[in-house]
Write a protein that binds this ligand. Structure first.
Ligand code: CO
Ligand code: ZN
Length: 333
C-alpha cells in the first residue's frame, strides 16, 4: 500500500483545489468500482455493491483536501502576503516552503522581526519570499493558492508527510473500495472536498447520497509524545473508533457495531475521545433528517504540521476492519 500512499501524499490539493488529487484517485479506482461521478462541489462519489434485503446504503468519507495558503497582496519588492486555507498554525509556518499550484514555483515563509525568540507572529506578519527583488519578477497574483512543500518519508513502520491529513484516509478508502468483494450493502466511497474549511464537501455529498449509515475516515491526535496532553490514543495500537470529538458524538450503536466487528476479526483498536476538531462525520450526521454515524480515526502525530506521522500497521488494520465491517449485515442495537 505504500506506493499508493506515496502517490497520494505527493499530489497537492488545498481546499477548493482538489482536482489533481481527485484525478489520481479516479485513476486508481478505474475498473475497480461499479460507478464513479463528480458532483458540483467536486466530491468524487464511487459506488460498489447493491443494497440487498439485509443491506444498507453506507457512506464512507475521506477528504481529498489539505491545508494550504492563499496570496492576499504582493508588495513592490515582491514579497507575497498570505492567509491560511484551513488550520495553518503560525508556529508551523515559519521557515516552511510553499509551492504555488498555477506555476509550480516555490517560495519560503519569512517573518517580520520579533523581540522574542520563543514566540511567533500571526500569519499577518509573515510573507512568502519568492527569491525576487521586484514585484514584476513574481509570477503570483492575489488569490493564487499554494500547498506546503515537503517530501514524503518512509521510516519503515512509520510514515511521514505534510498531507497525511487526510490522504492517509483517502489511501485507506481507495484500498477498501478496491478489495471489497461480497457485501450485502451499497457501499458509497466519497472522496470529499473542502473539509479543512468546514466540512463543506461531505455535507452536500451526504445530502445527495442520502445514506442509512455514515463513517468518516480521518486522522486524530495522540497522547504518546513527550509531555503530550493526556489522551489514550497512541501510534501503533490500532485504528481508533471515535466516541466523540468537539463537533460530533458518534451514534453509540455504531460505536458498539465497530467494536464488535474489530473483536470478531481479532483486530487491534482503540477508543477515541478528542477534545478539539471534527470530521466529515459531522456533515453526514446532520444531513437531511439525520444519519447515524461513526468515525474510524488513524492516529497521527503532529497534525497540521509539515511532518504528520502515522503507523503503517494502523493503516493496514484500518482497511482490514472496514472490510470486515462491510462484509456482513449491520444490526444497530
Ligand atoms: Co485537518
Ligand atoms: Zn482531516
Amino acid at each position: 500500500m505504500k506506493d499508493i500512499i506515496r502517490q497520494l501524499v505527493e499530489t497537492t490539493g488545498p481546499s477548493g483545489y482538489e482536482n489533481e488529487v481527485r484525478a489520481v484517485v479516479q485513476k486508481m479506482l478505474k475498473g475497480q468500482v461499479d460507478s464513479m461521478k463528480v458532483d458540483a462541489l467536486g466530491n468524487l462519489i464511487t459506488r460498489k455493491g447493491q443494497k440487498g434485503q439485509d443491506g444498507l446504503t453506507i457512506m464512507l468519507s475521506a477528504h481529498l483536501d489539505e491545508i494550504g495558503i492563499i496570496a492576499t497582496h504582493i508588495d513592490e519588492r515582491g514579497f507575497v502576503r498570505f492567509t491560511s486555507v484551513g488550520g495553518v498554525h503560525p508556529r508551523n509556518a515559519v521557515g516552511g516552503r510553499v509551492r504555488f499550484l498555477k506555476t509550480g514555483q516555490v517560495g519560503v515563509i519569512g517573518m517580520e522581526p520579533n523581540q522574542s525568540a520563543t514566540s511567533v507572529h500571526g500569519l499577518d506578519k509573515m510573507y512568502i519570499d519568492m527569491g525576487a527583488s521586484r514585484r514584476a519578477d513574481v509570477k503570483v497574483s492575489v488569490g493564487d493558492v499554494a500547498a506546503f512543500d515537503r517530501p514524503f518519508e518512509d521510516l519503515g513502520q512509520r510514515l511521514v508527510s505534510k498531507a497525511m491529513d487526510d490522504r492517509i484516509g483517502v489511501a485507506i478508502l481507495v484500498e477498501t473500495m478496491k478489495q471489497l468483494k461480497a457485501t450485502p450493502h451499497e457501499v458509497v466511497g466519497v472522496f470529499s472536498t473542502q473539509e479543512e474549511v468546514g466540512i463543506r464537501g461531505a455535507t452536500t455529498a451526504a445530502y445527495g447520497v442520502d445514506p442509512d449509515l455514515g463513517i468518516a475516515l480521518d486522522v486524530t491526535l495522540t497522547g504518546d509524545t513527550p509531555q503530550a496532553a493526556t489522551m489514550e490514543v497512541a501510534l501503533g495500537n490500532g485504528p481508533a473508533i471515535k466516541v466523540k470529538d468537539s463537533g460530533m458524538i458518534s451514534d453509540p450503536r455504531v460505536v458498539a457495531w465497530m467494536e464488535a466487528g474489530a473483536k470478531r476479526a481479532r483486530l487491534p483498536y482503540q477508543l477515541e475521545v478528542l477534545s478539539g476538531g471534527t470530521t466529515d462525520a459531522r456533515g453526514i450526521q446532520m444531513a437531511r433528517a439525520g444519519v447515524p454515524v461513526g468515525c474510524l480515526s488513524i492516529p497521527c502525530r503532529y497534525v497540521h504540521t509539515p511532518s504528520e506521522m502515522v503507523d503503517y500497521g494502523d493503516v493496514q488494520n484500518s482497511v482490514k476492519l472496514l472490510l470486515a465491517l462491510l462484509s456482513k449485515p449491520v444490526k444497530l442495537a
